[in-house]
Design a protein around this ligand. Structure first.
Ligand SMILES: Cc1cc2nc3c(=O)[nH]c(=O)nc-3n(C[C@H](O)[C@H](O)[C@H](O)COP(=O)(O)OP(=O)(O)OC[C@H]3O[C@@H](n4cnc5c(N)ncnc54)[C@H](O)[C@@H]3O)c2cc1C
Length: 384
């Protein structure tokens, strides 16, 4: 509530991705009046799967969205990494007693669930509405020339955030020279041996990787990962001969790859500050990271919910945003830095990588460090 007028406090949010929708739902559930501006004409997302670890599941639970988000989800028994001759380098236990939980679902399902959760809480979602800037005193400026005043403005408009850049918040944006083509295909029993079918598996050869991810009973999410200057490998449609030559043990799977797919380069974004006055920045706009831990969306979920909890009832929104950053930024930066380091091994010789990962895979401390975000208890959540 606004202390003077008694009216609900108002938030204007740029971007209807994971970060923007989570923040919107969490604010509206706390009595805020919320509008989300999405530049695209629809709220549909592209065809791919997404890994959601325990920390993200806790946020979905706190939003009342867990059940819908995980209908038909795949719950794998382990995560394996395999070397160039398909021997197991690491076996990461998941979903057992005491392990971090991990589910995979379709991105479409996650976004659809968050949209439904927003609508149930009374959020207004406006498509074809592009944000171009914000002012620290709480105005969101739109491409149609209108200005929307609010108690809180959120820039959750992705890695190329115009809201962030209008406030001169960028500390650095680093291109990691690597990326992935993502696609969804149907599952087929002949792709991998029977004992591997339900697992999540990342296969390495040279500087290329293939990520095998069942994402439902029917859907297989495949990511073809390569260096950004591996021009032939990053072509869409994927060059089946090239990928089969690198991964002969996956010839059946590669032969079935469709003609579609989306290439994304991996980047890291760090900001001088996550807020300026009444404007907060979150998600990839504030803390993009490479996807080796499957936690970019997880951090967007955590920071969106934590933001709503931080400003809820706070007498001074700008001060609450500073405190929000102080509390949440360390775990996000740990996640970014750990993920970035994991990318180093893309460029190691096969034999070296295989030997090192077989050793590190057995080291409990390294495992705990990698799983720190998955095991983290996000602000305003309870265990699932
Ligand atoms: C290959 C790959 C695999 C990944 N796998 C995982 C995974 O398994 N698990 C995981 O947790 N994370 C994963 N991630 C990371 C995750 O996808 C992102 O961190 C997450 O989508 C960020 O959400 P966001 O809402 O911040 O940004 P986005 O998803 O980029 O959403 C931003 C939204 O804002 C809209 N927009 C953009 N500009 C404007 C504007 N000016 N005005 C209004 N709207 C605008 C966009 O259309 C979009 O809808 C992966 C990333 C990559 C590249």
């Amino acid at each position: 509530m606004n202390a003077k007028s008694g009216a609900p406090r108002r938030a204007e949010i740029a971007g209807a991705g994971i970060g923007g929708l989570t923040t919107a739902a969490a604010l509206a559930q706390r009595g805020w009046s919320v509008a989300v501006h999405e530049r695209a004409p629809t709220l549909r997302t592209f065809g791919a799967g997404i890994y959601i670890w325990s920390n993200g599941l806790r946020v979905l639970k706190a939003l009342g969205a867990l059940e819908q988000a995980t209908v038909g989800a795949h719950i794998g028994p382990q995560f394996h990494t395999r070397d160039h001759i398909n021997t197991t380098m690491e076996e990461i236990p998941i979903n057992g007693d005491g392990d971090a939980r991990l589910v995979t679902i379709l991105r479409e399902q996650l976004i659809g669930t968050l949209v439904d959760t927003c609508r149930k809480a009374g959020v207004e979602i406006i498509t074809n509405s592009e944000a171009v800037a914000a002012t620290p005193d709480g105005e969101l400026l739109l491409a149609d020339g209108s200005r929307r005043r609010a108690d809180l403005v959120v820039g959750a408009d992705g890695i190329n955030s115009k809201v962030r850049d209008s406030l001169d918040l960028m500390m650095y944006r680093k291109h990691l020279g690597y990326g992935a083509i993502r696609m969804l295909i149907s599952r087929d029993d002949a792709d991998v041996p029977a004992e591997d079918r339900e697992r999540y598996i990342e296969y390495f050869t040279g500087t290329r990787r293939i990520l095998y991810t069942p994402a439902s009973a029917r859907d297989l999410y495949v990511a073809l990962c390569c260096a950004a200057d591996d021009i032939d490998a990053l072509k869409v449609p994927a060059d089946r001969n090239l990928w089969t030559a690198s991964f002969p043990h996956l010839a059946h799977l590669v032969s079935r790859l469709g003609d579609t797919g989306r290439w994304d380069a991996f980047e890291v974004v760090k900001l001088k500050a996550w807020s300026k006055g009444k404007v907060a920045i979150l998600g990839d706009a504030a803390h993009a990271m490479p996807p080796y831990l499957g936690q970019g969306g997880g951090c967007a979920l955590m920071n969106g919910l934590a933001l709503a909890a931080a400003v809820d009832g706070a007498p001074d929104v700008a001060q609450a945003l500073v405190e929000w950053e102080d509390r949440e930024r360390p775990i996000t930066e740990h996640t970014q830095d750990t993920a970035e380091r994991l990318g180093d091994m893309n460029f190691w010789p096969d034999d070296v990588r295989s030997q090192v990962m077989k050793i590190t895979g057995k080291c409990a401390e390294i495992g705990m460090e990698r799983m720190k975000t998955a095991r983290y208890a996000p602000t305003a959540t309870e265990p699932v």
